[in-house]
Ligand binder design. Structure first.
Ligand code: BG6
Length: 513
């Protein structure tokens, strides 16, 4: 079986069969496991995309029986899955494959007993010794878990062991800056080869993100104007209405730049700007993405305030409901300098993109949830059709990643009638009205790809580190100069004034979404 969406990718993957395996989830009592991982596994089971010889073992510190864990996961799937577990027979057979293993992440005995337990499951369920270890813990535990797995023989040497495999899936952030990213990479590669490491960025599992490549490279018409001759600038927005919720402790360590920009947004940017890869093989795609990141001009610290804006939400209103500010959230320092909004301007110094600004903005507690890539084209020469001497609106192509997934093109049109005014209109393709089906969750695709051994939709080590290389100097500059005006935007608004001013100085504006 295959999960490919692209014809030539199909060819590359047909040789891959879904093999028996066990997934061990570290941090099994955490939020990610119940909100995303188990709903994804359940939907994969429902769609018959899991191997028939399969088990999932939750590994966490709390005492719990297998049965209690199954019950909790049933509730989680009920609450968070896109399809509710109403089919009892299906749930029963799925839940028979769920187990729980209690141990501390640094407890040697816990890994020995895990090893024995997994071997027992191999015998009972025919899972053939194949393993995926999913790191859904706080990042500080990653090195310990890797080391213990390796010491206790749970990670196989790919050069010596050929009849079974072991892989790890690591959640972001991979490191918290360039130095720690390099250190983690060095550490992890002491124990595993790159082909065993799956660095997850769930944005890559989204259908609309995968469609960026199809849109660009399965259509002949866009390539001709996808460059600095025709494009004025590109805006990428990741807006969220939600605040930081219960993740105060994590957020105080992370902030917007690390949580969204360093990974999700850099992925969107590199897919938008990359050259056509020579094939759809993971190496070709990763190579082209890395080339884009390498060509991004490092932030010039002497122009810092013209290129980078940070913000933090204060109290305000979302959908007419009052909400508290970041500094009032649980587990947050009341004087915190952590940013919940970032706006950035990048240039990509290569032939295709020379002098085309890429503007990125990401924020929590904005008026709406909206992720999009907007490509604004240069004006047509203002010779024939102008509006009382003014230029017409520029053409804008918008790729809506979520919600209301789709692609829209703003074009100028003649209004019917003798006076012939020109008016911008929108051509709009919506996934929901065309394809009808709700797309699968990103985690479904990514877990399935890892079982298949396909790393195309995961980040490669050099990709992550090249991104840190761009982001780390910004973090250092922010550390050096704490903000004086936080909180500087009210919840329910589009971020601090400085972000609008950054655009206005260049005669541009953020799109109103
Ligand atoms: C996660 C971030 O990676 O992505 C969260 O840690 C963010 O802060 C989430 O809310 C957004 O994901 P999605 O799929 O809802 O866009």
């Amino acid at each position: 079986m295959t999960t490919s969406t692209l014809p030539s990718e199909e060819k590359a993957k047909t040789s891959k069969t879904i093999e028996p395996c066990i997934i061990v989830i570290f941090g099994a009592t955490g939020d990610l496991t119940s909100r995303k991982l188990f709903p994804a596994l359940y939907n994969l089971a429902r769609d018959k995309q899991l191997p028939s010889n399969f088990a999932c073992v939750g590994f966490a510190r709390r005492e719990k029986t297998h049965e209690a864990f199954r019950q909790e996961m049933h509730e989680a799937v009920n609450k968070f899955s896109r399809v509710k577990p109403t089919d009892e027979t299906l749930w029963k057979s799925f839940s028979n494959q769920i187990f729980y293993h209690q141990a501390n992440f640094d407890d040697d005995q816990g890994y020995d007993s895990l090893n024995q337990f997994l071997q027992k499951l191999d015998k009972e369920l025919g899972t053939s010794g194949n393993r995926i270890f999913y790191f859904s813990t706080p990042p500080s535990f990653f090195p310990t878990i890797v080391e213990k797995l390796s010491q206790h023989g749970l990670i196989y040497d790919v050069h010596k062991v050929k009849d079974k495999w072991s892989r790890i899936i690591i959640e972001k952030p991979f490191g918290h800056d360039l130095a720690s990213g390099i250190e983690l990479q060095k550490f992890v590669s002491k124990h595993l080869s790159e082909s065993q490491i799956y660095r997850i960025d769930h944005y890559l599992g989204k259908e609309t993100v995968q469609n960026i490549l199809v849109f660009r490279f399965a259509n002949s018409i866009f390539e001709a104007f996808w460059n600095n001759h025709y494009i004025d600038h590109i805006q990428i927005t990741v807006g969220e209405e939600i605040g930081i919720g219960t993740r105060g402790a994590f957020w105080e360590e992370a902030g917007m730049l690390r949580d969204i920009v360093q990974n999700h947004m850099m992925q969107l940017l590199s897919l938008t700007a990359m050259e056509p890869p020579s094939s759809l093989r993971p190496e070709s795609i990763h190579n082209e993405k890395v080339k884009v990141l390498q060509a991004i001009r490092p932030i010039d610290l002497s122009l810092f305030n013209q290129l980078v804006v940070r913000g933090q939400y204060g109290p305000g209103a979302i959908d007419g409901q009052g909400v508290i500010g970041y500094r009032q959230e649980k587990n947050v320092n009341p004087q915190s300098y952590v940013e919940t909004f970032v706006a950035l301007k990048f240039y990509i110094d290569n032939w295709r993109w020379a002098n085309v600004p890429f503007y990125l903005r990401a924020g929590k507690r904005l008026p709406k949830r909206a992720t999009e890539i907007a490509v604004t084209f240069k004006n047509a020469p203002g010779i024939l059709f102008t509006q009382e001497g003014r230029q017409n609106e520029k053409n804008v192509l918008v790729i809506r990643i979520q919600p209301d997934e789709g692609i829209a093109l703003r074009i100028n049109c003649k209004v019917p009638g003798p006076s012939s005014p020109v008016q911008p209109v929108k051509m709009d393709f919506k996934y929901s009205s065309y394809f009808g089906l709700a797309p699968p969750e990103a985690y479904e695709r990514l877990i399935c790809d890892c079982i298949l051994g396909d790393g195309t939709l995961f980040a490669r080590g050099d990709e992550v580190l090249t991104s840190w290389k761009l982001i780390s100097p910004i973090l250092e500059e922010w550390n050096r100069l704490p903000p004086k005006d936080f909180p500087n935007y009210a919840s329910g608004t589009w971020g601090p004034k400085a972000a609008d001013e950054m655009m206005a100085k260049e005669g541009r504006a953020w799109r109103s979404i």
